[in-house]
Design a binder for this molecule. Structure first.
Ligand SMILES: Nc1nc2c(c(=O)[nH]1)N[C@H]1C(S)=C(S)[C@@H](COP(=O)(O)OP(=O)(O)OC[C@H]3O[C@@H](n4cnc5c(=O)[nH]c(N)nc54)[C@H](O)[C@@H]3O)O[C@H]1N2
Ligand SMILES: Nc1nc2c(c(=O)[nH]1)N[C@H]1C(S)=C(S)[C@@H](COP(=O)(O)OP(=O)(O)OC[C@H]3O[C@@H](n4cnc5c(=O)[nH]c(N)nc54)[C@H](O)[C@@H]3O)O[C@H]1N2
Ligand code: SF4
Ligand SMILES: [Mo]
Length: 894
């Protein structure tokens, strides 16, 4: 695998979305865009890509979506002004120097991201700890992987996932707990589907309060109640002990602490645990038997375990099952924590968490601090513990943080308890936002904006879930004045050093990413992850490599010898007590709300919203609830509801879905303030932390759901680039409690959909603004207004082609007009449609993003007697990336 292959300018790189880390071949097309195909030679995906990876090319060449110049605002209420890089860098450096001088180094904080490259992180870390002198450097991995890190360290002794992707094919039993791999790690899920098809004896168990697409291949589905997995895992171990399914020799030779845990487990009989976790006791017994007696058992787990105030306990209790049965360190076996972001692993290696120093070292350990200080040639590293993500924003809200530098993450969407987060962002004297795209909510709080290059303009390395380091390579120049993240950090660090410690200036002078990587790799020497022998040259010639790496080969699996990197060399069983999640349901807040991913969107959607086909699978925010809960709360499908708790409230429509447990509701995490209005989904979530990992409880909030009582409704649909339309929109939206704005793809073109709700009809002025603010210049209008009643019905036309419409106060024509804009038939009479005297067609959802196949066509095919293979053959759905195959199966079964 060389840097460039095939076409003379094609580069091998890595998909910038999930932690699977699929290899891609990227070819610049000469018009500012690229073509992306899977890299057949990359061991993560062997050429496969999911719907998101396949459409990466569509995210390029969109300068309107990007930040192109640094900006500065001189006061909190002043407008941002474009400035030169020179002036932006000088201002950042001056602000840092002043805060350090006047308030001490801990008045400065860095909030970074698992989507940075290893080189970016490394320099941020060196700047924060080595030059500023603060451990206040944390990342969004705190919201994501922190409990997995803690779980691994406390039980196995080091933060190292012991398994690898080949184990998906070699396992006899796969236990998927709190992971929706079909959506979040689709290419790994494809591998698992194929492995199961090739080996029908393979048993798959899925534990999730929602019967997700991942559960479509499960032999046993466990509808665990949110937050209660410890009871499930403890009971499984109890059964294994009772039925003598444990590996006594392994426990005796390679572990410690079993006796105390065993004592604790007595109370976790299947029946007692069933009361706590809501899984039938017979199913607990079956799960335990399959797990223990299979020749090799692999667990895959993600946010359903990590994002809880008992997330570390859940991780440890799951790892216990592997230690007790010896399902670790051998092919097809092990506790495999799948990473979310493309370089969450790299951050853990570099020290991109307040609680980690470079090379898996510990900032609380004086010897480790001295080692890193020696490597960096600085006198000492700060001993004062750093703030973790949520603590950082709590300190900021208290006025303790003067300069907050945010890079490659969108905390005004993704952190829990947005009321606090936004108060914190307002309180900080100087907020620096280093961001690539123009739509991030956090930009509204920025005093200084630093425009960053992004994929495919960046060069560096990432580590995927199976500890494999790959090169990311640039295929395009960055647009405007955007710069690579590590170069921005290096430039600021050199300026700051010149002011506060001139002897250190040279320590931040790097010719290229390769020399940053070399310095970083050296920090791993002698550590569990040792890849000090790795270099860009080796990666270029021999392709991606797993750590630890001895100069020739990387290790695919860890702990095959039963020796663990703990003080005694033995793995540890922990005496994990039962703790309930922090948020409790009550008569006031009876619903357990959980949040998570959609198949075709990525986080705050700065990239996926640019791809028309990706917006078609799920177009708009909705709350899903069990039909029985809807009945109990007297709610109708499609009705607008208010979801509320003591932290905040959001408005969105409700839909019925019996794949959820009764009592559990779900909202996708993607709907932040930019889509939903207000503070978005995380207005509701809790900042209760796991005491060990400091990871917040993003997966459970107790809420109430009630009718919205916003009878006045408007809906607006308009052809155009959402990014371009957004500024005009924001002022309008602020006037309405319900104000959803999302991109939708109609007839292959981008459109903006706006939905508004209010308790009563808005003022005449506001109504007039609605009709004119977004009106396309020179478009013809068909208008049937009744302003006295707060009613507008207008359709904009170019010749006979509809460009958009606004319906306010009377939205009955919405579905038919939308179908028309989507290429459907024109209504027979526009007037009778707008006046509600006739209704029109309704359009169907797109199930297969790759081939654009709609649900109605699929259902018609099924009526004709087609099965999944027949659908694939005749309609071509499911033949691209395969992500929709579980859904096709579900539709066939229904
Ligand atoms: N399409 C897509 N893929 C992504 C991402 C994306 O934004 N979009 N983001 C990436 C990132 S950063 C991450 S971290 C991963 C996340 O990957 P996942 O963790 O797989 O995704 P989520 O949907 O957040 O949550 C997984 C499941 O946990 C379940 N769950 C909730 N509570 C519990 C519980 O108490 N116990 C159990 N057993 N299950 C529970 C939820 O119902 C949900 O189905 O995805 C990565 N991949
Ligand atoms: N309710 C709820 N909340 C959650 C979760 C959940 O399951 N439920 N999951 C949590 C998890 S696991 C995660 S990982 C977080 C993710 O949350 P965030 O990190 O906030 O999500 P992103 O939208 O990926 O933010 C990345 C930002 O970086 C920008 N960007 C992209 N490329 C570059 C680049 O190369 N350089 C720079 N400087 N900027 C770039 C993007 O435009 C985007 O604004 O959300 C967390 N929040
Ligand atoms: S599974 Fe999809 S999103 Fe994840 S790295 Fe592969 S192509 Fe990208
Ligand atoms: Mo994540």
């Amino acid at each position: 695998m060389t840097a460039t292959t095939g076409h003379n300018n094609t580069v091998s790189s890595i998909c910038c979305y999930c932690g699977t880390g699929c290899g891609v071949q990227v070819t610049p097309l000469g018009d500012g865009t690229v073509r992306v195909i899977g890299d057949d030679s990359h061991p993560a995906n062997f050429g496969r890509l999911c719907s998101k990876g396949r459409t990466l090319g569509d995210t390029t060449g969109r300068p309107g979506a990007r930040l192109l110049r640094p900006t500065l605002r001189l006061a909190k209420d002043a407008p941002a002004q474009a400035v030169s890089w020179d002036s932006a860098l000088a201002t950042v450096s001056d602000k840092l120097a002043a805060a350090i001088r006047e308030h001490g180094p801990d008045s400065v904080a860095f909030y970074l991201s698992g989507q940075l490259l290893t080189e970016d992180y490394y320099l941020f870390n060196k700047l924060a700890r080595g030059l500023v002198g603060s451990n206040n450097i944390d990342t969004n991995s705190r919201l994501c992987m922190s409990s997995a890190v803690t779980g691994y360290k406390l039980t196995l002794g080091a933060d190292a996932p012991p398994a690898c992707y080949d184990d998906l094919e070699l396992a006899g039993c796969v236990f998927i707990a709190g992971a929706n791999m079909a959506y979040a790690h689709p290419v790994l899920f494809r591998r698992l589907e194929e492995a199961k098809a090739a080996n029908p004896d393979m048993k798959i168990i899925v534990a999730d309060p929602r019967r997700t697409d991942t559960a479509s291949i499960a032999d046993l589905y466990l509808p665990v109640l949110p937050g209660t997995d410890v009871a499930l895992f403890h009971a499984m171990l109890n059964v294994m002990i009772w039925e003598e399914l444990i590996d006594r020799d392994y426990i005796a030779q390679h572990t410690e602490g079993f006796a105390a845990l065993r004592q604790r487990l007595r109370e976790f009989t299947p029946r007692a645990a069933s009361e706590l976790c809501g899984v039938h006791e017979d199913d607990i017994v079956t799960a335990a038997r399959w797990f223990a007696s299979s020749p090799a058992t692999l667990s895959c787990y993600t946010m359903g375990l990590n994002q809880y105030s008992n997330g570390s306990d859940k991780n440890a209790a799951l790892i216990h099952l592997h230690l007790a049965t010896g399902h670790i360190g051998k092919p097809g076996a092990g506790p495999f924590s799948l990473t979310g972001q493309p370089n969450a692993m790299g951050g853990r290696e570099v020290g991109g968490l307040a609680t980690v120093l470079p090379g898996h070292r510990d900032p609380a350990n004086a010897a480790h601090r001295a080692e890193v200080a020696a490597l960096w040639q600085v006198p000492a590293l700060p001993a004062q513990p750093g703030l973790s993500a949520v603590e950082m924003f709590e300190a900021a809200a208290e006025g303790k943080i003067k300069v907050l530098w945010i890079a490659c993450t969108n905390p005004a969407q993704s952190l829990p308890d947005q009321a606090l987060v936004r108060a914190a962002l307002e309180r900080v004297d100087c907020v620096i936002v280093q961001e690539a795209f123009a739509g991030s909510e956090t930009l509204a709080y920025a005093d200084i904006v630093l425009p960053a290059a992004t994929w495919p303009e960046k060069d560096g390395t990432v580590t995927n879930s199976e500890r494999r380091i790959s090169r990311v390579r640039a295929a395009l120049p960055a647009p405007g004045e955007a710069r690579e993240d590590w170069r921005i950090v290096a430039a600021v660090a050199q300026r700051l050093a010149a002011t506060i410690a001139p002897q250190h200036v040279a320590k931040f002078a790097f010719a290229d990413g390769g020399s940053v990587f070399a310095e970083h790799a050296a920090t791993t020497a002698g550590r569990d992850l040792d890849y000090s022998a790795l270099s860009y040259a080796i990666l270029d010639v021999h392709g991606p490599q797993q750590w630890p790496f001895d100069g020739k080969v990387g290790r695919s699996r860890l702990y095959g010898d039963g020796v663990f990197p703990t003080a005694s060399g033995r793995a540890q069983f922990l005496d994990v007590a039962w703790r309930t999640p922090a948020d409790k349901v009550s008569a006031h807040f009876p619903i357990r709300l959980t949040t998570g991913r959609l198949r075709d969107h990525w986080h705050s959607m700065s990239r996926t919203a640019l791809v028309p086909t990706l917006t078609r699978h799920v177009e708009e925010p909705a709350l899903v609830m069990h039909p029985r809960d809807m009945q109990r709360h007297k709610l109708q499908a499609g009705e607008l509801v208010k979801v509320r708790n003591k932290r905040g409230a959001i408005y969105l429509p409700v839909q019925a879905d019996d794949s959820l447990r009764a009592g559990v509701a779900f909202i996708p995490m993607h709907w932040g303030g930019a889509a939903l209005g207000g503070q978005g989904i995380n207005a509701l979530t809790s900042r209760a932390l796991d005491p060990q990992s400091k990871q917040p409880e993003l997966k459970l909030a107790a809420v109430s759901v009630e009718p919205a009582k916003l009878p006045w409704r408007a809906t607006l649909l308009l052809r155009g680039d959402v990014q371009m339309l957004r500024p005009q929109l924001e002022a309008l939206r602020a006037s309405f409690p319900y104000a959803v704005a999302v991109p939708v793809n109609l007839a292959g073109a981008e459109h903006l959909r706006l939905r508004l709700g209010a308790a009563s009809a808005p003022s005449g002025e506001l109504l007039a603004e609605l009709a004119t603010r977004l009106l396309p210049a020179a478009a013809m209008q068909a208008a049937f207004d009744d302003p006295a009643r707060g009613v507008l019905r207008r359709v904009w036309l170019e010749g006979k082609t509809p460009l958009g419409f606004v319906l306010a106060g009377d939205v009955r024509a919405d579905a038919a007009l939308t179908a028309w804009l989507d290429g459907g038939d024109a209504p027979e009479s526009l007037a009778s449609l707008l006046l509600g005297r006739s209704s029109g067609a309704v359009r169907a959802r797109v199930v297969c993003a790759c081939e654009g196949v709609r649900e109605d066509a699929i259902c018609a095919g099924i009526q004709r007697g087609l099965d999944v293979d027949g659908l694939k053959r005749e309609l071509r759905c499911g033949t691209g990336c395969g992500s929709c195959v579980p859904e096709l199966k579900r539709l066939c079964a229904a």
